[in-house]
Write a new protein. Structure first.
Length: 248
């Protein structure tokens, strides 16, 4: 199915893409790619997973979160593009878990566009002192999977999403520690976005701004997982920023 729906472009023109300032500005506007035949792969933890099924049931295969909303919109608006959207988020995953399954769940799928959202479980492991992994492990593991991905496909369009938390639910019980740990990983993701010249989605600042319009529990029910409006917020921001690079 994947091979039958994928029509690779002979060359993707991404020369000149660079981040001059985070989160979203570019040094010069690179020519937009036409996504004809693109495979979009979303990787991450439960926020991406969205309770997806592990079979071929298209009623649930993409899950029920922001990734599903992105795919629904872009499928609908690009009926002539032969796009394919794949969800490989796994609930509870830390960056080291992603690395362990990177070959079958990422490299073997040969995506043209790869979106990664990970980090909240890494922070959680420190907050709860459950097999804690520090920020150095996070950075080293994250850098390795990016290098592997680009070694396979130098023209891969990478999208690094900022992990986030909101002051709701159990997060409030250790809010200072949560903010300390998530900020460390946010800074690493920003650093890697600059280092690898990728797109970057600033989810924390987007949610912080949204909380000026409605309380935090309107956007997230537990400080980690979004409410329906939170998933919509994420989908719109993702499309807004990625749309600067890919011609939807």
């Amino acid at each position: 199915m994947i091979k039958s729906r994928r029509k690779f472009l002979s060359q993707l023109s991404i020369a000149g893409l660079s981040l001059s300032a985070l989160p979203e500005t570019f040094a010069g506007q690179a020519e937009k790619n036409d996504p004809q035949g693109f495979t979009f792969l979303f990787q991450g933890d439960s926020i991406t997973d969205g309770n997806r099924t592990r079979n071929k049931d298209w009623n649930h295969i993409l899950g029920h979160g922001f990734m599903y909303l992105i795919a629904s919109k872009l499928y609908f608006e690009n009926t002539d593009k032969n796009l394919l959207f794949i969800n490989r988020g796994v609930s509870g995953n830390k960056i080291t878990d992603l690395e362990k399954r990177w070959l079958p769940d990422t490299l073997d799928l040969k995506p043209n566009v790869l979106s990664i959202l990970v980090g909240v479980n890494d922070a959680h492991s420190v907050v709860r002192n459950q097999n804690p992994e520090n920020e150095q492990v996070f950075e080293e593991s994250y850098r390795r999977i990016l290098k592997q991905s680009l070694a396979q496909n130098p023209d891969l369009i990478l999208i690094l999403c900022e992990p986030f938390v909101l002051p709701v639910g159990n997060v409030n019980n250790d809010i200072d520690l949560w903010y300390t740990e998530i900020k460390k990983r946010q800074q690493i993701v920003k650093k890697l976005a600059l280092e690898f010249k990728t797109l970057f989605i600033p989810f924390q600042s987007v949610f912080d701004k949204a909380c000026e319009k409605a309380p935090a529990d309107f956007w997230s029910w537990d400080g980690i997982h979004p409410m329906p409006a939170g998933h919509e917020l994420m989908a719109r921001e993702w499309i807004r920023i990625v749309g600067k690079k890919i011609n939807f």
